[in-house]
Design a binder for this molecule. Structure first.
Ligand SMILES: C[S@@+](CC[C@H](N)C(=O)[O-])C[C@H]1O[C@@H](n2cnc3c(N)ncnc32)[C@H](O)[C@@H]1O
Ligand code: SF4
Length: 400
């Protein structure tokens, strides 16, 4: 373990009255092909010469990683698991079954623990959905992105409209709850194109939709060869239509980019936004863990082969740091102000271990700019706050 537990338990500058709920993130890093816009820790898996995915070795590495991390979360219950990527659905159902059994054997999982798996809409992934369910996955998250063949092609996706339709149908058959990822402001996309995507998407009555504005991330193919994307005003109009049309089907925009029917919110992501704790295992995974007197962050080795070697030797962590008192208000707001319902002041104090005085100036400035509403115990972003979210969050930066 990179930091011994006694060191983490020593007195410090924070005072947390209780520890927040704990989630587990598991990163599976391979994809069939790297998409030109993607800056996630995902690596093309070239079959052929190198053969099959190294599933068993990777699962062994995850086990070793988890076992070395257990002292950091000793005795705590796990409320949700998110198996993300990459393309986790490239792993066989037998491998996912082994993974979930390995986790169950080592963790204290809540009886109603949500277990999400990210899946791509390719044909062979779709044929595995029911088996993923039998392995213990309770929620599937499908990277549909669009149902328009030209736009899927522009995004460099390996699936087409027909495969997206078949995958969503299969997910609806196999799972009680599922999420569809939709991207907008795509190269060449018009408002009418987006309406078509929404027609198709909403016809499935999905319980949950995550909506992302295509962003051009540094060090991606799109950053080097930028595609022509819709103007900002057009992109705003698209987002407005998404919010209006999902509302008509009974979905609520409960977070900046997440829409859900009642009782279908993603528990795992809610825990992130409420500044809960998470242990992240797997290549490049991030963790945030609280102790009585400090909050720490960890990052694991990014490159899958190096990660496996390191994890199997009991040293998967490449960075470990304590979040400073000064950074906590902003870090908290980066998450909590994404939520329509905002946060309670009691939660703020419990989760950061700081007093209310640490955000009084920021709250007053945000209120004066009509970016938040508040009562005696709650603070929430106004509609304007949602529209100018980064301006709102910046009011809580340390140097203000
Ligand atoms: C971690 S990715 C993995 C999901 C899955 N591998 C896939 O791509 O279908 C989660 C989601 O982030 C979104 N995403 C990734 N890169 C993005 C970008 N540059 N701009 C906007 N959304 C992005 C996509 O909607 C994607 O489904
Ligand atoms: S499939 Fe998903 S994770 Fe993989 S490269 Fe594409 S966007 Fe990234």
């Amino acid at each position: 373990m990179s930091q011994d537990i006694q060191h983490l338990m020593r007195p410090g500058t924070l005072s947390l009255s209780s520890l927040p709920p704990l989630s587990l993130y598991v990163h599976l890093p391979w994809c069939l092909k790297k998409c030109p816009y993607c800056d996630f820790n995902s690596h093309e898996w070239q079959s052929g010469a190198s053969g099959e995915l190294p599933e068993q070795r990777y699962l062994d590495a995850l086990c070793s990683d988890l076992e070395h991390s257990l002292p950091l979360i000793w005795g705590r219950a796990v409320h949700s698991i998110f198996i993300g990527g990459g393309t986790p659905s490239l792993f066989s159902p037998a491998a996912i079954d082994r993974l979930i059994s390995d986790l169950r054997a080592r963790l204290n999982l809540e009886a109603d623990c949500e277990i999400t798996l990210e899946a791509n809409p390719g044909t062979f992934e779709k044929d595995r959905f029911k088996a993923f369910r039998s392995a213990g996955v309770t929620r599937l998250s499908i990277g549909v992105q669009s149902f328009n063949n030209a736009h899927l092609k522009a995004l460099g996706r390996v699936h087409d409209r027909a495969q997206a339709l078949a995958a969503v149908e299969e997910a609806a058959n196999a799972f009680d709850t599922f999420n569809l990822d939709l991207m907008y402001a795509l190269p060449g996309q018009t408002l009418a194109n987006l309406e078509d995507d929404l027609d198709t998407l909403l016809a499935f009555e999905p319980p949950h939709v995550s909506v992302y504005h295509l962003t051009i991330e540094p060090n991606t193919v799109f950053a080097k060869f930028p595609p022509q994307v819709p103007q900002d005003d057009d992109a705003y109009a698209m987002l407005d239509r998404i919010t209006e049309r999902t509302a008509l089907t009974g979905m609520q925009r409960y977070e900046v980019s997440a829409y859900a029917k009642p009782n279908h919110r993603c528990w795992h992501n809610l825990n992130y936004w409420q500044f809960g704790d998470y242990l992240g295992i797997g290549a490049g995974a991030h963790s945030k863990l609280s102790f009585a007197h400090r909050i720490t962050r960890q990052v694991r080795f990014r490159e899958p082969a190096l990660y496996m070697t390191q994890a199997l030797q009991g040293a998967p962590v490449t960075q470990h740091e304590e979040v400073s008192r000064d950074d906590l208000p902003f870090e908290y707001m980066l998450n909590a102000l994404r939520l329509k319902e905002g946060f309670s002041l009691t939660d703020y104090m419990a989760r950061t271990g700081l007093a209310m005085t640490s955000i009084q100036k920021g709250l007053a400035a945000a209120e004066a700019k009509q970016l938040i509403g508040r009562d005696l115990n709650k603070v929430w972003p106004t509609e304007r706050g949602f529209d100018f979210l980064s301006d709102l969050q910046e009011l809580f930066l340390a140097d203000r």
